[in-house]
Ligand binder design. Structure first.
Ligand code: URP
Ligand code: ZN
Ligand code: ZN
Length: 457
């Protein structure tokens, strides 16, 4: 299958020019002016932007969490991702306590194989690590799982202690893996949650009240210092507030290998969403919680200054009708997570590029290129260059649409951004040289996504 994309405005992290692209056999073959090629398919991209397919390095598909399983699996979640211009994800496999990492990896391969519509890699979530298991970390790296993720919160569930974190960091300093951390002080939060419930505060708004910014900043600070001692790079997932950002900024000013992502919901929504009538706020029970409005400008500024390198979605969808309601009488039982895998590009364009907070090169960088660089996929992914995978989005910067659960493709009955008007829509999405989104339809084959064996940083 060959595709000729004519006359589009190509943006990479560093380029901006109008040209044609010939895609053949899954790769970018030629880039040039007035290419004359006899392709199977020609796309007229005049007036459109042509950018690398997005990489979302933080998703939870078919994820057992909070007493249930996230509602998007590898088929529905990756098709929704494709609609939104994302052509690769890095999801997370979860070790079971007392079990080998290889068992978890095998289980996640089974979840994804034959279902994924786009390419996928895995982080490995570490839950317990006796000394006898340390060689398994090196084995994961050899198998292309080059990042380990750990939770500093969710006490009694997936939280691990500092010894486990530090031990994993020491290994990573040696095997080159990237340590990814959910940074919140789990013990403080546990006390605040218990106190709130004891005082009869059971509503979803208490999810945010019991996880103040200082709990995120403290854990961020602690992890940075541990990483410094271990000599390992560290990447903070879903950074949500100015206090945590300041810790990252301070570490980067000391020239430490500290990286961080934020998510569209922290950039565009705030904690007033918890003030809604009845149980509606449960839709926004995701962790860390939505913050006060003042944090948004700080996060955008962090993206501009490269203190934040990536925008991921942390897509972890739970239905409102029968999953979020598990916490109807106790906010701590609401499964934590929200949907978003489909909306990242349009939100970044509308709220970042349109008001002039980001330019298109920076959008490409935080949407795709930096994830490829940090997670061992560059230059195969994350750019448009001769020889790179033909993962390409033809993006219409002028089309407007309104986000709604009525029209989205995620397998969940609400949308965090319901009713939000956005500008800029992916028109054609090409993954591995095949047009999988065209004319508003999914035209690909579930199962055509391949496992990405990633290299180290
Ligand atoms: O609320 C969230 N973010 N759920 C998914 C698990 C996590 O903490 O990333
Ligand atoms: Zn998390
Ligand atoms: Zn997550």
């Amino acid at each position: 299958m060959s595709i000729l994309i004519k006359n589009g405005h190509i943006f990479t992290a560093v380029d901006s020019y109008v040209a044609d692209i010939l895609v053949d056999d899954g790769k970018v073959r030629t880039i040039g002016i007035d290419l004359a090629a006899d392709a199977d398919k020609t796309i007229d991209a005049t007036g459109k932007y042509v950018i690398p397919g997005g990489i979302d390095p933080h998703t939870h598909l078919d994820f057992p969490f909070g007493g249930t399983v996230s509602s998007d699996d590898f088929r529905t979640g990756t098709i929704a991702a494709a609609y939104g211009g994302t052509t690769s994800i890095v999801d997370s496999a979860v070790q079971q306590r007392g079990h080998a990492l290889s068992q978890a990896l095998e289980m996640w391969h089974q979840k994804a194989e034959g279902k994924a519509a786009i390419d996928y890699g895995f982080h490995m979530i570490i839950l317990d690590l006796p000394e006898s298991r340390l060689p398994e970390l090196d084995d994961m790296v050899r198998q292309g799982v080059t990042s380990f993720k750990m939770f500093m919160a969710y006490l009694g569930a997936v939280m691990v202690d500092d010894t486990t974190i530090f031990q994993t960091m020491v290994s990573a300093a040696d095997n080159g893996a990237l340590i990814c951390l959910h940074a919140e002080h789990g013990h403080m939060i546990d006390v605040l949650v218990k106190n709130a419930l004891a005082e009869g505060h059971t509503g979803p708004e208490y999810h945010a009240i019991t996880r103040p910014p200082a709990t995120e900043a403290e854990a961020t600070h602690r992890a940075i210092r541990m990483a410094e001692v271990a000599g390992a790079p560290v990447y903070f997932v879903h950074l949500s507030c100015d206090e945590a950002l300041q810790e990252v900024q301070a570490a980067r000013a000391r020239q430490k290998y500290v990286y961080a992502e934020t998510c569209p919901h922290y950039l565009t929504l705030d904690n007033s969403m918890y003030d809604q009538e009845g149980f509606e706020g449960a839709k926004y029970v995701l962790t860390p919680p939505l913050r006060d409005h003042r944090h948004q400008a700080k996060l955008w500024n962090g993206l501009r200054r490269n203190d934040l390198q990536v925008v991921s979605t942390d897509h972890c969808a739970f239905r409102f009708s029968d999953q979020k309601t598990m916490g109807k009488d106790d906010f701590s039982k609401i499964p934590n997570g929200g949907p978003g895998i489909e909306n990242r590009l349009s939100l970044l364009y509308t709220h970042g590029v349109v008001p002039g907070l980001l330019d298109m090169n920076r959008l490409v960088e935080v949407f795709s290129t930096n994830s490829a660089r940090l997670f061992g996929l560059f230059p195969r992914k994350g750019t448009i260059a001769v020889g790179s995978d033909a993962d390409i989005v033809v993006f219409d910067p002028d089309e407007e649409t309104v986000i709604s659960a009525q029209t989205h493709h995620m397998n969940v009955d609400y949308n965090l951004y319901e009713g939000m008007k956005v500008k800029g829509v992916p028109q054609v999405v090409i993954a591995n040289g095949e047009a999988i989104i065209e004319g508003g339809q999914y035209t690909g084959t579930p199962g055509s996504g391949r496992f990405l064996k990633r290299s180290t940083l």
